[in-house]
Design a protein around this ligand. Structure first.
Ligand SMILES: *Cc1c(COP(=O)(O)O)cnc(C)c1O
Length: 223
């Protein structure tokens, strides 16, 4: 068995059933994804719309494609026909465009709000207050072709495990609060947090989706 298959099976064993394993295949060739697919892996994550779309064209159609990177609005139309879940909704303008393209394709697109929890300024996402203002606005309530199924966040890139845990705890408590006060429907159920370096802490803090790249496919040269 190849390394990729072994890694996939090992990760699935350690995270399921608490969390779904998203195999983050950005920058990796189709042949790597095929090896993962053969083990039964169906959830794949990519951070560039064009790359994801070309992989979607070449691979079996039962793969569930997760967009996890920052999305430019003019690219939404390329993934609207097939994307399974967009984790990285970081502005009202982006969500409005997703809604429009979903409508054009006669479907509802599942989305997570990305929340800015890290100390780093350069990471994307809503601040908590900004999100609360938005979800109580008329503009948000008008969107008929998107379904908000949860939240996503990325912790600070640091060795300080207490800091990482604190950030995941804050995302987890925002999730619970929103579920109680705003998104009381059953579809609001996903908390996408945790990558290769911090997925164990993320699962302890309530993650339902971990996004693992380098520990499965090896290190990347770019991105
Ligand atoms: C690249 C990426 C990952 C996976 O990172 P690894 O450290 O390789 O596991 C997870 N989430 C996002 C948003 C990413 O861009």
């Amino acid at each position: 068995m190849s390394n990729i298959s072994e890694n996939i099976l090992r990760f699935r064993e350690s995270v399921e059933p608490k969390a779904t394993l998203i195999a983050v295949s950005k920058t990796k060739p189709i042949s790597d994804l095929e090896q993962a697919y053969e083990t039964g892996q169906r959830h794949f994550g990519e951070n560039k719309v064009q790359e994801m779309t070309s992989k979607w064209e070449h691979l079996p159609k039962d793969i569930k494609w997760h967009m996890i990177g920052h999305v430019q609005r003019n690219k939404v139309k390329y993934m609207a026909p097939y994307v399974h879940l967009i984790h990285s909704v970081d502005s009202p303008r982006l969500l409005k465009e997703i809604n429009k393209q979903a409508k054009n394709n006669d479907r509802v697109i599942n989305c997570l709000f990305q929340i800015h929890i890290a100390r780093e300024e350069n990471k994307f996402g809503f601040d908590k207050q900004e999100l609360l203002d938005y979800i109580t606005s008329e503009a948000f309530k008008e969107l008929s072709h998107v379904s908000i199924t949860g939240l996503m966040g990325m912790a600070t890139f640091t060795d300080d495990l207490d800091q990482i845990r604190k950030e995941f705890k804050s995302l987890s408590s925002l999730f619970s609060k929103l579920k109680e006060d705003y998104f009381t429907h059953d579809e609001f159920k996903e908390l996408s947090m945790g990558m290769t370096g911090d997925y164990k802490i993320a699962i302890e803090e309530g993650s339902t989706m971990v996004r693992i790249g380098s520990a499965i496919f090896g290190s990347r040269n770019t991105h």
